[in-house]
Design a protein around this ligand. Structure first.
Ligand code: HEC
Length: 116
Protein backbone atom coordinates (compact mmCIF):
# COMPACT_ATOMS: atom_id res chain seq x y z
CA UNK A 1 0.00 0.00 0.00
CA UNK A 2 1.35 3.38 -0.94
CA UNK A 3 0.80 6.41 1.18
CA UNK A 4 -1.31 8.97 -0.59
CA UNK A 5 -0.23 12.55 -0.47
CA UNK A 6 -3.07 15.06 -0.79
CA UNK A 7 -1.01 17.05 -3.21
CA UNK A 8 -0.50 14.08 -5.52
CA UNK A 9 -3.84 12.29 -5.22
CA UNK A 10 -5.67 13.84 -8.15
CA UNK A 11 -8.93 15.64 -7.57
CA UNK A 12 -10.48 13.60 -10.39
CA UNK A 13 -13.78 11.81 -10.89
CA UNK A 14 -12.66 8.30 -9.87
CA UNK A 15 -11.23 9.54 -6.57
CA UNK A 16 -14.21 11.77 -5.87
CA UNK A 17 -16.61 8.93 -6.66
CA UNK A 18 -14.71 6.52 -4.44
CA UNK A 19 -14.78 9.12 -1.68
CA UNK A 20 -18.51 9.62 -2.15
CA UNK A 21 -19.18 5.90 -1.75
CA UNK A 22 -17.04 5.71 1.38
CA UNK A 23 -18.68 8.84 2.74
CA UNK A 24 -22.18 7.49 2.17
CA UNK A 25 -21.30 4.17 3.77
CA UNK A 26 -19.58 5.58 6.86
CA UNK A 27 -20.19 9.26 7.45
CA UNK A 28 -23.73 9.84 6.17
CA UNK A 29 -25.44 8.20 9.15
CA UNK A 30 -24.41 11.17 11.24
CA UNK A 31 -23.39 13.94 8.87
CA UNK A 32 -26.23 13.23 6.42
CA UNK A 33 -26.28 12.05 2.81
CA UNK A 34 -25.93 15.67 1.76
CA UNK A 35 -23.35 16.24 4.51
CA UNK A 36 -25.57 18.88 6.07
CA UNK A 37 -25.24 17.38 9.55
CA UNK A 38 -28.74 15.89 9.49
CA UNK A 39 -28.10 12.15 9.25
CA UNK A 40 -30.55 9.64 10.73
CA UNK A 41 -28.24 8.99 13.68
CA UNK A 42 -27.67 12.66 14.41
CA UNK A 43 -30.13 12.66 17.29
CA UNK A 44 -29.64 10.60 20.38
CA UNK A 45 -25.93 10.72 20.91
CA UNK A 46 -24.60 10.15 24.38
CA UNK A 47 -22.97 13.53 24.04
CA UNK A 48 -25.10 16.53 23.13
CA UNK A 49 -22.75 17.68 20.40
CA UNK A 50 -24.34 17.56 16.96
CA UNK A 51 -22.55 16.38 13.81
CA UNK A 52 -21.00 19.22 11.90
CA UNK A 53 -22.67 20.56 8.77
CA UNK A 54 -19.96 19.68 6.28
CA UNK A 55 -21.62 21.74 3.57
CA UNK A 56 -21.34 25.03 5.40
CA UNK A 57 -18.73 26.92 3.37
CA UNK A 58 -17.79 28.98 6.38
CA UNK A 59 -16.96 25.80 8.25
CA UNK A 60 -15.43 23.44 5.74
CA UNK A 61 -13.58 26.07 3.74
CA UNK A 62 -11.85 27.18 6.91
CA UNK A 63 -10.40 23.72 7.51
CA UNK A 64 -7.33 22.43 5.81
CA UNK A 65 -7.20 18.95 4.38
CA UNK A 66 -4.75 17.71 6.96
CA UNK A 67 -7.18 18.63 9.73
CA UNK A 68 -10.08 16.83 8.07
CA UNK A 69 -7.88 13.77 7.57
CA UNK A 70 -6.84 13.90 11.20
CA UNK A 71 -10.46 14.13 12.32
CA UNK A 72 -11.27 11.00 10.31
CA UNK A 73 -8.37 9.25 12.03
CA UNK A 74 -9.03 10.51 15.53
CA UNK A 75 -12.80 10.93 15.59
CA UNK A 76 -14.27 12.93 18.44
CA UNK A 77 -13.55 10.67 21.36
CA UNK A 78 -10.42 12.48 22.43
CA UNK A 79 -9.78 15.88 23.91
CA UNK A 80 -11.02 18.44 23.30
CA UNK A 81 -14.10 17.22 21.45
CA UNK A 82 -15.60 14.34 23.47
CA UNK A 83 -18.19 13.78 20.79
CA UNK A 84 -19.80 10.68 19.31
CA UNK A 85 -17.73 10.75 16.16
CA UNK A 86 -15.89 7.42 15.89
CA UNK A 87 -12.20 7.11 15.04
CA UNK A 88 -11.56 5.51 11.67
CA UNK A 89 -7.80 5.29 11.90
CA UNK A 90 -7.60 1.56 11.22
CA UNK A 91 -10.64 1.23 8.99
CA UNK A 92 -9.41 2.91 5.85
CA UNK A 93 -6.23 3.05 3.83
CA UNK A 94 -4.56 6.42 3.52
CA UNK A 95 -5.81 6.61 -0.06
CA UNK A 96 -9.39 5.94 1.00
CA UNK A 97 -9.20 8.62 3.66
CA UNK A 98 -7.90 11.15 1.17
CA UNK A 99 -10.67 10.21 -1.24
CA UNK A 100 -13.20 10.99 1.50
CA UNK A 101 -11.46 14.30 2.17
CA UNK A 102 -11.55 15.22 -1.53
CA UNK A 103 -15.23 14.34 -1.69
CA UNK A 104 -16.14 16.39 1.37
CA UNK A 105 -14.71 19.56 -0.20
CA UNK A 106 -16.13 18.78 -3.64
CA UNK A 107 -19.56 18.16 -2.15
CA UNK A 108 -19.43 21.49 -0.33
CA UNK A 109 -18.27 23.22 -3.50
CA UNK A 110 -15.27 24.79 -1.81
CA UNK A 111 -11.54 24.57 -2.12
CA UNK A 112 -9.57 23.43 0.89
CA UNK A 113 -7.93 26.15 2.90
CA UNK A 114 -4.56 26.99 1.45
CA UNK A 115 -5.19 25.18 -1.83
CA UNK A 116 -6.48 26.46 -5.15
C1 HEC B 1 -21.47 8.54 14.98
C2 HEC B 1 -21.66 9.81 14.27
C3 HEC B 1 -20.57 10.31 13.33
C4 HEC B 1 -20.02 9.65 12.26
C5 HEC B 1 -20.34 8.26 11.73
C6 HEC B 1 -19.07 10.58 11.66
N1 HEC B 1 -19.05 11.76 12.37
FE1 HEC B 1 -17.92 13.40 11.93
N2 HEC B 1 -18.63 14.34 13.61
C7 HEC B 1 -19.62 13.84 14.44
C8 HEC B 1 -19.89 14.82 15.47
C9 HEC B 1 -20.93 14.64 16.60
C10 HEC B 1 -19.05 15.93 15.23
C11 HEC B 1 -19.02 17.26 15.99
C12 HEC B 1 -18.21 17.19 17.25
C13 HEC B 1 -16.76 17.00 16.95
O1 HEC B 1 -16.12 17.91 16.37
O2 HEC B 1 -16.25 15.92 17.28
C14 HEC B 1 -18.25 15.58 14.05
C15 HEC B 1 -17.25 16.39 13.52
C16 HEC B 1 -16.59 16.15 12.31
C17 HEC B 1 -15.59 17.01 11.73
C18 HEC B 1 -15.01 18.26 12.35
C19 HEC B 1 -15.51 19.52 11.70
C20 HEC B 1 -14.97 20.76 12.37
O3 HEC B 1 -15.48 21.82 12.03
O4 HEC B 1 -14.06 20.67 13.21
C21 HEC B 1 -15.23 16.46 10.53
C22 HEC B 1 -14.23 17.01 9.53
C23 HEC B 1 -15.99 15.24 10.38
N3 HEC B 1 -16.81 15.07 11.48
C24 HEC B 1 -15.92 14.40 9.30
C25 HEC B 1 -16.46 13.11 9.28
C26 HEC B 1 -16.21 12.14 8.22
C27 HEC B 1 -15.40 12.43 6.95
C28 HEC B 1 -16.84 10.98 8.57
C29 HEC B 1 -16.81 9.64 7.86
C30 HEC B 1 -15.50 9.02 7.72
C31 HEC B 1 -17.53 11.23 9.85
N4 HEC B 1 -17.26 12.52 10.24
C32 HEC B 1 -18.30 10.31 10.53
C33 HEC B 1 -20.26 12.63 14.33
C34 HEC B 1 -19.96 11.63 13.40
Amino acid sequence: MTTADPKTLPDNDPNILAGKRLYEATCAACHGVRADGKGPEADGFVTPIRPVDLTDPDAIAMLDQGYVLWRIDAGGLEDPFHSAMPAWKDDFTETEKWQIVLYVYKNAGVSPKGKK
